[in-house]
Design a protein around this ligand. Structure first.
Ligand code: BV8
Length: 229
């Protein structure tokens, strides 16, 4: 049973119509990263940040999984392989595409968090600063998203899985954001073979044993078909 750890980024959802981050000249839906994806930005203007995530939550709900998401679900279902998807994405297209073993290291649009009592609950479609936490009542709700400067989720589980893997695959990520961008180096350090599947070479492409470039809906199903033969 081959253990495969697969890191995915915005590129795997691009062909589902969800915008990537660096395609848009460094702006995210016309906002600067520090204004909408940092605790400081949220503290300065929670209404703006809620609007930013409300728009992305609606876009994700309107999107459909693509052939790349479905191929990874088929790989997970194949008895020859034990698959863990570690995604940087906050959409739920992996789950809607049929994957079950998924870690959202940067959180999810469908989660809400109270920054007063740490209570978590399913996010409503629209969140606002006036919302009250269902547990403690404080007007301290935020999207359950990991912003820049915050600790990504489940890092110990991810690093343990990387060290124990037979193969590390990176799909649809530019390799700009850490610690995810460091996973290929962590895998190499543990002697794990590495493969990059991306539209174009990522920032860390030279660290991969093999790299294949093209749209995820073409190169991911082709790779899955190859190893499930
Ligand atoms: C941390 C939130 C400590 C949800 C995100 C100064 C101060 C504080 C921190 C730092 C600092 N300097 C550096 C850091 C670290 C920082 C960082 O890396 N900054 C970068 C900018 C230098 N990281 C952090 O702050 C992290 N926390 O370090 O805490 C720590 C460290 C280790 C252990 C414990 C604690 C937190 C990072 C998480 C930030 N939150 N998202 C949201 O709003 O989305 S990151 C955000 O950017 C996304 O979630 C995503 O992860 C990332 C975007 O990257 P990609 O997914 O790669 O997307 P991108 O557009 O860049 O690339 C798309 C790729 O797809 C391209 O290569 C393209 O070619 C390809 N593609 C396009 N179309 C297709 C395709 N491929 C295939 N097919 C296609 N059709």
């Amino acid at each position: 049973m081959a253990k495969i750890v697969i890191l995915t980024g915005a590129g795997i959802s691009a062909e589902s119509g969800i915008r990537t981050f660096r395609a848009a000249d460094g702006l995210w839906e016309e906002h600067r990263i520090e204004d909408v994806a940092t605790p400081e930005g949220f503290a300065a203007d929670p209404a703006l940040v809620h609007r930013f995530y409300n728009a992305r939550r609606a876009a994700a709900a309107a999107a459909a999984p693509n052939a790349a998401h479905r191929a990874l679900a088929a790989l997970e279902a194949d008895p020859q392989h034990q698959v863990l998807v570690v995604t940087q994405n906050v959409d739920d297209l992996h789950e809607r595409g049929g994957s079950h073993n998924v870690i959202h290291m940067h959180g999810t649009l469908n989660g809400a968090l109270c920054h007063a009592c740490e209570h978590r609950w399913p996010a409503p479609a629209v969140m606002a600063p006036t919302d009250a936490c269902p547990a403690c009542g404080a007007r301290a709700t935020r999207p359950d998203i990991v912003w820049f400067g915050e600790m990504p989720y489940r890092m110990e589980d991810i690093w343990a899985a990387l060290r124990a893997a037979d193969l590390f695959v990176s799909i649809g990520t530019s390799g700009n954001v850490y610690p995810a961008a460091g996973f290929v180096a962590d895998a190499r350090h543990a002697g794990v073979p590495t493969l990059e599947l991306n539209l174009e070479p990522s920032a860390g492409t030279r660290l991969f044993d093999e790299a294949r470039h093209g749209p995820a809906t073409q190169i991911v199903p082709a790779w899955v078909a190859e190893i499930c033969r």
